[in-house]
Design a protein around this ligand. Structure first.
Ligand SMILES: Nc1ncnc2c1ncn2[C@@H]1O[C@H](COP(=O)(O)OP(=O)(O)OP(=O)(O)O)[C@@H](O)[C@H]1O
Length: 743
């Protein structure tokens, strides 16, 4: 094998996920192309490579790298290049030059041992000096971690994530139990952890491995919405994932149950296995729902019929019978569910309920599961609605613990009435946290549309509560005249009942454009967003129009749509800064979405350049647009609803994605003036009636469907509600029965 040593002049290509690199190396007497798996190199670095010369038909002579090691750059030029390569946030080409001018060959030593001195460089204040020092230190540690991980075949992009989670304890933690990666690190599943562990020599039959595989199987099913999984199904799945004998998995189940990491339960001829947090949540939700619905609420000394009549007079309307019933039941019960589709008078009813309670000196608090839904509730009721998280006064503890809620059994929500909107989106864990903070005596009113898609997280909470028949449910089903003016409302109800929608009624708000293949569908959608809708209706393509698709992949999936829409709505432009990540090219002006809750992200609101408000937290599903990209500082600024500005370091860009198009699942709880949706073939599992129903009910003013009618009708006919394993319904029913029998 031959050895070469030189300075990395240029990185021509690097595959971020596997580290395959093509780079130019300047040796003492030559400039050569090197190729191979060299994930952790930076421009300006001195590299020692071992390998062989090869000849490539197109590219000529190349040095094929087998192994390599890096040496910190020694020449002034090398140091400057190294610092300006974008490696250290806060240092771009200009700052790098100044640092090297000031400290010469000692630059890197200063960064490492004496960063305080950086303040002597023109333009670097104490804050920036600190930030640079921290980043440099991190870079050092990261390098060690990367070299460690590299030997087990972990790509640099995952290496960074792992390091973010464990910091300087990375190596120790992974050596102890590599399987913890799959529980702790976003994006690393059991399979990758397993690969690492196997490379480290962990035995196929090791209990660590078996237990991790079982937990992985459980977590995977929870990501499909299940709170438990039948024992047999779990054993089969885990056995095939682990590729070991069934008996080992059975033993694993027993040992996990003994450690109380899982719960195994016999319920109605079925043995179910729960991951512990879901079991606790489900049993506690059951207990609290029963307690609240059977507990006494303070009686109001009023004549409800008279009150209802007064409300009718004040609003100059006559309530439908169901609306009256809802108002009466709200007064009587500890828990009430109000459900109904669009335009059935939910908001009108809630407003009347709020009024009635407040006039009788009861305090009322409003909340909804997402920021957008809370905002809409605020607008519809004229009274502040919070997110459920804020109602519970969440605080971020740390990476390990995640979040904590200040409101719980000990410090309950001190309100007489709590009304939650969009309950179909609430999963079992959030419902548990909410109910913990509500004591008997408080009236809880759950409002939602049970025909929407269920929550993204595990559980089937609203549907189960309704089906269990243990709490009072009022279903609003009359579509009021005003609402009937809207084809969106009328068609939503038709779709929900399995009927064909009215398409293309003149002067209405619901259109279908026939296109016979994926390519035409995409072209039409792009043209609608770029020309027709802005030109004829004055809609802003980024702010007003949302493309919603059932799928991520395929030619009419959101990945392809986002690319096409970006290239037309916000094309490449020398005046607009860009930042390329391994998934997207973000450009100033792009529409983006946060895809992960980040409780610590700091935001500011500015008016005339001055900060007028600041706070923390951006959440999964929040929409924003890219205001600025600073390649010198390695930062991108995104503006979310209410003009909240969040600054992302480039290393955090995996929290964002392009959002010209988004999946219908991600759109839950949001509303948009215009919804455009491709109607194309897809797996029948995915193309369901409630998916279509959810998509069209997201639109306030206009729906345009583009594609093939047969698939529209296929969706409407596909009333299969994907089965979710959830024990809440059964539990409520059973527990309730027992109580009744005791009485
Ligand atoms: N009893 C009633 N008589 C006449 N009109 C009513 C009555 N109740 C509600 N409406 C009207 O029907 C329309 C829909 O009502 P509302 O907004 O309360 O429904 P919603 O279920 O909240 O709808 P969405 O879910 O679409 O927001 C409104 O214009 C409202 O003023």
């Amino acid at each position: 094998m031959l050895t070469l040593e030189g300075t990395v002049e240029e990185i021509i290509y690097q595959n971020e996920s596997n580290g395959y690199t093509v780079a130019i190396l300047e040796t003492e007497d030559d400039v050569v192309t090197i190729v191979g798996y060299i994930p952790i190199i930076n421009i300006g670095e001195t590299l020692r490579v071992q390998g062989e010369w090869t000849y490539h038909a197109n590219y000529g002579q190349q040095f094929n790298v087998e192994t390599y090691s890096t040496v910190v750059p020694a020449t002034l030029n090398g140091i400057e290049k190294y610092l300006s390569s974008g490696l250290i946030p806060g240092i771009g080409p200009k700052t790098a030059k100044k640092i090297v001018e000031k400290f010469g060959r000692d630059s890197l030593d200063i960064l490492q041992y004496n960063p305080d001195k950086l303040k002597e460089v023109d333009g670097i204040g104490p804050k920036k000096a600190n930030k640079i020092a921290e980043a440099f230190q991190e870079q050092r540690e990261l390098r060690d971690v990367m070299i460690f991980l590299q030997q087990y075949g972990i790509s640099p992009s995952y290496g960074i994530r792992i390091y973010k989670k464990y910091g300087n304890e990375t190596i120790a933690k992974i050596k102890e139990n590599p399987y913890r990666l799959s529980e702790d690190v976003f994006g690393i599943g059991f399979k990758m952890a397993d690969k690492i562990a196997r490379n480290m020599g962990v035995d196929l039959r090791s209990p660590y491995r078996i237990n991790a595989g079982i937990k992985f199987t459980l977590m995977e099913s929870s990501s499909e919405g299940h709170t438990y999984i039948p024992r047999e199904e779990l054993i089969n799945k885990a056995t095939s994932i682990l590729e070991v004998e069934k008996e080992l998995v059975e033993e694993g189940l027993t040992s996990l149950a003994l450690k109380q990491e899982i719960h195994i339960e016999n319920m109605d001829d079925e043995v179910s296995v729960y991951y512990m947090p879901f079991y606790y949540a489900e049993t506690n939700v059951t207990k609290k729902i029963i307690e609240l619905s059977q507990g006494e609420v303070k009686e109001l000394d009023i004549d409800v019929d008279q009150e209802i009549q007064n409300l009718e007079e004040e609003n100059s309307i006559k309530f439908a019978n169901n609306q009256k019933e809802a108002i009466k039941e709200a007064v009587k019960n500890g828990v009430l569910v109000i459900t109904g589709g669009p335009g059935t008078g939910k908001t009108t009813t809630i407003n009347s309920i709020i009024k009635l309670f407040e006039e009788n000196d009861l305090t009322v608090s409003l909340a909804a599961p997402t920021g957008r839904a809370a905002k809409r509730m605020t607008e519809a009721t004229g009274k502040e609605a919070k997110t459920i998280h804020r109602l519970l006064e969440y605080t971020y503890v740390d990476e390990e613990m995640g979040m904590a809620f200040a409101k719980d059994e000990g410090t309950p929500i001190e309100e007489n009435v709590v009304i939650i909107d969009e309950v179909s989106m609430v999963d079992i864990l959030l419902m548990n946290n909410l109910l913990k903070a509500i004591l008997p005596g408080t009236r809880l009113i759950l409002v939602g549309d049970v025909d929407q898609l269920p929550s993204v997280g595990p559980g089937n909470v609203l549907r189960d509560i309704i089906d269990s028949k243990v709490v009072k449910v009022v279903k609003l089903n009359e579509i009021f005249r005003q609402a009937q003016e809207s084809m969106i409302v009328v068609n939503a109800h038709r779709v929900n009942k399995g009927e064909k929608p009215h398409l293309n009624v003149k002067d209405k708000d619901f259109f279908f454009m026939r296109r016979n293949n994926g390519k035409d569908i995409v072209n039409t959608i792009v043209e609608l967003c770029n020309e027709r809708l802005p030109n004829f209706y004055g809609y802003d393509p980024v702010k007003d129009i949302q493309v919603l698709a059932p799928m991520k992949k395929g030619d009419t999936g959101i990945n392809s749509l986002n690319q096409q829409l970006q290239s037309v709505l916000n094309p490449k432009n020398p005046m607009k800064e860009e930042k390329e990540t391994n998934q997207f090219t973000f450009r100033v002006g792009d529409k983006v979405m946060q895809i992960k809750n980040n409780y610590r992200a700091e935001w500011v609101i500015r008016e005339n350049g001055k900060v007028v408000e600041e706070g923390e937290g951006v959440f999964n599903g929040d929409f924003g647009y890219v205001k600025d990209i600073d390649n010198e500082e390695s930062e991108m600024i995104v503006v979310f609803d209410d003009n909240k500005e969040v600054t992302y370091n480039f290393s955090q860009l995996d929290e964002l994605k392009l959002a010209y198009a988004t999946t219908i699942h991600k759109s839950q709880g949001s509303e948009f003036p215009v919804v455009v949706m491709p109607i194309n073939w897809g797996p029948p599992m995915l193309l369901t009636r409630n998916l279509l129903y959810t998509a069209i009910t997201r639109a306030k003013e206009l729906v345009v469907l583009v594609g093939m009618e047969k698939y529209l009708y296929m969706m409407i006919r596909n009333n299969r509600i994907i089965k979710r394993y959830s024990g809440l319904n059964k539990r409520l029913f059973k527990f309730f029965d027992v109580r009744k029998r005791e009485m």
